[in-house]
Design a protein. Structure first.
Ligand code: TRP
Length: 547
């Protein structure tokens, strides 16, 4: 076991992870679901420590003023870069509502190659499902329609422990989430719906994963402290198990569609997935271990010298001398340690190879892997070097042997992130401020009224609006069109936008139109919810909690 030294993720899926990294200077400008802190408080969240230094906090009041900062500071990747490769992308993708992802490519590749993949998300039943949740419902359904195994879960343990909801309240809201998810088109025959408390496999997996994380880590990721109750911590490992649950039967690319406030969970799940693995696979150049920065230097030296040495052998000392005499780019300041290692290795040949590291393997599994590596190889006490296998081949071989010997073989889970919706009254969209959001249970007329009295980003007078145009990009009502009301109709969304910024569309009429569309949407959605009632009763889902 390497756990004692490895607990902070040197085995992590992301080399550059910073679990408690903070986005500096992220001020709330609206656009988030409020996540009020609970009476089962976990104490000061990272967010509360400094007002202008904000973390992505799953239980805080997440608001993101500048989504681009999330790319730089947290390593979230831009969704737009992948968009051209997405088959028939969802309108939320096309319109940049889904703005970011972590490692979505494996899911995309599986989708395109008709290979297995999964999509899972969870909902805390703390109130009515609203139009912000609909984004996630739609994302799950979209992946399901493209052949993914889809999972929707009710995070009842989290709602109880982190938000202090009673079981009765939880049961009531859980029903409402499920009905809306079904009404929007989730196919429960193909997919799976469960509640955390009733899923024994999830509980068992949570327990196993809990053995790979410790309190200091939860403290640094979530700001937990001595006051945090243990059940809240248990809800974290439960979420880790939720995220990996689709892979229990068989490892497969899995996407978790969520808001960016959930990114700390995603990063931890990626780390835990890696920590359970029997073997790590890395690139190496000699018998010694090198970190990623050192590896870059070794590769440079190897490539430079390979042609010059006529018998094809590059010795470690020669590489050291070459590095000493060359001005190489060394952003991580890895040169001194690389040189030290190269000098110590002396005459040993520098030769690229694929390395299997024994992390959590049983002895039998390690032996089996030695057997399974074909071609030229070298076996060491805790690693095996192959001179013939590519990294990809090595990864899949390692996974195969792991699974054959009782391991999970988890792939690192992926995520996609959507923007938070702006509240109708400006500021944040909050479940606890009814006027700020539209509940999927709101009477169609109430929806109409709410939209009609929403704040807009229009100019002070109609005259100015005609002259300067409206600011659609800042407008909660335009957002309603883009996120929901225009549906799949890009042309309509663009028309609204162009007319607004061109000064032809005035706020009164625009809101009236949006209000009517909202009314229609709610009426139709609620009809479908009623139809879904029967479906829900037939499902194997514990609607009444056991307590
Ligand atoms: N923590 C999520 C929320 O605050 C709910 C959740 C629980 C979840 N398990 C999950 C989300 C797994 C995504 C994946 O709403």
């Amino acid at each position: 076991m390497t756990r004692d030294t490895d607990v902070h993720g040197t085995a992590g899926a992301d080399d550059d992870q910073r679990p408690n990294a903070r986005a500096e200077d992220v001020l709330p400008d609206g656009g988030s679901e409020e996540r009020s802190s609970s009476n089962h408080s976990h104490g000061r969240t990272p967010r509360e420590e400094a007002v202008d230094d904000v973390a992505l906090d799953p239980w805080g009041s997440s608001a993101v003023s500048d989504y681009r900062k999330l790319f730089k500071q947290f390593g979230i990747e831009e969704f737009d870069a992948l968009l051209p490769e997405v088959p028939d992308p969802h309108y939320l993708m096309r319109r940049g509502v889904i703005f970011g992802h972590r490692d979505y490519r494996p899911v995309l590749d599986a989708m395109r190659n008709d290979e297995p993949f999964a999509a899972l998300s969870g909902f805390m039943p703390t109130g009515d499902p609203h139009i912000g949740h609909k984004l996630v419902f739609d994302e799950l359904i979209w992946h399901q329609e493209r052949g993914g195994d889809a999972y929707g879960l009710i995070a009842d343990l989290e709602a109880h422990s982190a938000r202090g909801l009673s079981w009765d309240e939880i049961d009531e809201h859980a029903r409402d989430y499920l009905l809306s998810l079904l009404a929007l088109g989730f196919d429960p025959e193909e997919g799976e719906l469960y509640r955390q408390s009733a899923n024994r496999e999830v509980q068992d997996l949570a327990f196993e994963l809990g053995a790979e994380a410790n309190f200091s880590e939860l403290q640094s990721i979530y700001g937990f402290d001595g006051e945090t109750d243990v059940s809240h911590m248990q809800s974290v490992v439960t979420q880790m198990a939720d995220i990996l649950y689709p892979q229990l039967e068989e490892p497969k690319p899995t996407v978790i569609p969520v808001g960016p406030d959930q990114d700390p969970h995603v990063r931890l799940a990626r780390d835990l997935a890696a920590r359970t693995r029997y073997f790590g696979v890395t690139q190496a150049y000699a018998s010694f271990e090198a970190d990623p920065g050192e590896r870059v230097l070794l590769a440079r030296a190897h490539d430079a010298l390979e042609d010059r040495e006529n018998d094809g052998t590059v010795r470690c000392v020669d590489a050291a001398e070459w590095l000493e005499g060359t001005d190489v780019d060394d952003p991580t300041d890895a040169l001194p340690s690389a040189l030290e290692k190269l000098h110590a290795a002396g005459k040993e040949p520098l030769r690229p190879r694929t390395r299997f590291l024994d992390r959590n393997a049983t002895d039998e599994a390690f032996e089996a892997l030695i057997e399974a590596v074909e071609g030229e190889k070298r076996v060491y006490e805790a690693h095996i070097d192959s001179f013939e296998l590519s990294r990809e081949e090595a990864e899949s071989l390692a996974r195969e042997v792991e699974i054959d010997h009782g391991g999970y073989g988890f792939l690192a889970p992926s995520s996609i992130y959507h923007r938070f919706m702006t509240g109708l009254t400006g500021g944040k969209m909050s479940s606890s401020i009814p006027a700020s959001h539209i509940s999927l249970l709101d009477e169609p007329e109430t929806g109409y009224e709410k939209v009609n009295s929403a704040t807009t980003a229009g100019r002070e007078t109609a005259e100015l609006q005609r002259e300067l145009g409206g600011e659609a990009d800042e407008c909660p009502v335009y957002e309603l069109y883009a996120y929901l009301l225009a549906g799949d109709d890009d042309e309509f969304a663009k028309e609204v936008y162009d007319e607004c910024v061109g000064g032809e569309r005035l706020c009164g009429d625009c809101k009236e139109q949006a209000a009517r569309l909202m009314e229609e949407f709610l009426a139709e959605h609620q009809e479908k919810r009623e139809e879904a009632e029967g479906l829900l009763e037939e499902l194997d889902f514990e609607l009444d909690s056991r307590r």
